[in-house]
Design a protein around this ligand. Structure first.
Ligand code: SF4
Length: 356
């Protein structure tokens, strides 16, 4: 099976930029980006990242804001924060080198079992099997194991992978398994007739490839958020999210989630009162944006608002920023769309008066 898989991988593997290098730093960056994100979405980000931060040292020296700005649009922002923090730790403790031991890597921020195994096997050629969603699905189907992904099942799957893991070129084997899952043994409609390991596959033999693993019910939540576009004629009011939690450290326009039974305008007044400790007059609806992150589908309503009290804020996380300077700040995708809207309009309404 290993031979068939390896032959197939040599011919069919995609020429991805991170496959042209053995530099542990670059492989680490690519593996972090590839978590929860497709290869085609990652490519432009990977190139831009290495342009700005060609080495671990360059990344460690960069500001948190620049790192988050470079990541803007890729989602799951904690990954960028972890890359930055881990780079700084490696520069302090290991002369800006990625360690080559499991114990040293797993202790670093963002290094779970998957990233650790991927870096050790691909960059350092160590015989450490990886288990990502693609490999899990391939192994479950090959072995005819029904059920859903779970930590208990992971132990069994790892044993199965170890049983077929080669003594040499473990990195290629790991990548071949992941590539097979991405291109052939896909979650839906696997191309079994083109599969190089079909004759070893129990799920195929039993016609169960579509029901292994058991499809997961996605619990998508619809939410509505309201946002205040507050201007002073030249600048806009933005605020920084807390340093921990969802989208930590990103900037956004003041606002938040509409509670059940609240009107949109009422929700915005409450949010501004809670976040800015200020009262606002809510004006016209400027923009409605739909976007999605993790398991949320969000409809965002952006209203033009006017402060009815003082314009000065003592908190450091609240800032007045010129339209041109907004692009230097990292925003989550909903707020980034508002920034583009304001830039396209030049900060002015059709009648020429400043928006906000
Ligand atoms: Fe996956 Fe089908 Fe190949 Fe089995 S035969 S490993 S189900 S693509």
């Amino acid at each position: 099976m290993r031979k068939e898989l390896s032959r197939w991988y040599k011919v069919h593997k995609r020429e991805l930029p991170w496959r042209q290098t053995k530099d542990p730093y670059k492989i680490w960056v690519s593996e972090v980006m590839l978590q929860q994100t497709t290869a085609s979405a990652v490519i432009p980000y990977y190139k831009k990242w290495l342009n700005l931060f060609p080495s671990m040292e360059a990344l460690a020296r960069a500001s948190r804001q620049r790192v988050l700005k470079t990541w803007e649009g890729l989602g799951y922002y904690q990954r960028a924060g972890n890359l930055h923090q881990a780079a700084r730790m490696m520069c302090r403790q290991n002369a800006c080198q990625v360690p080559n031991s499991y114990e040293a890597l797993i202790a670093l921020p963002g290094f779970g079992p998957y990233i650790t195994a991927a870096v050790l096997s691909i960059a350092y050629g160590q015989p450490v099997p990886v288990l990502d969603a693609n490999v899990r699905r391939v192994v479950m189907r090959l072995a005819g194991l029904r059920g859903q992904f779970s930590p208990r099942l992971d132990k069994i799957l790892l044993e199965r992978v170890r049983a077929i893991f080669p003594a040499r070129n473990g990195g290629d084997f790991n990548q071949a398994m992941m590539e097979l899952g991405a291109l052939v043994c896909r979650p839906r409609n696997p191309s079994c007739l083109l599969c190089p390991v079909q004759r070893f596959c129990l799920a195929f033999k039993c016609g169960e490839q579509e029901i292994i693993p058991t499809p997961k019910k996605r619990n998508i939540q619809e939410i509505e958020t309201v946002v205040a576009i507050i201007g002073d004629g030249r600048r806009y009011l933005i605020q920084k999210r807390p340093p921990h939690g969802l989208m930590a450290g990103l900037w956004e326009f003041p606002g938040g989630k509409r509670e059940k039974g609240e009107s949109l305008r009422g929700a915005l007044q409450r949010e501004c009162h809670e976040e800015l400790d200020a009262e606002v007059k809510v004006g016209r609806l400027l923009l409605k944006v739909r976007h999605a992150y993790t398991r949320f589908r969000v409809t965002l309503f952006a209203f033009e608002c006017e402060l009815t009290g003082p314009r000065r804020f003592k908190k450091k996380n609240i800032r007045w920023v010129f339209l041109k300077a907004l692009k230097r700040y990292p925003f989550p995708s909903g707020s980034a769309k508002i920034v583009r809207f304001l830039e396209d309009a030049g900060g002015r309404s059709e009648r020429g008066r400043p928006i906000g």
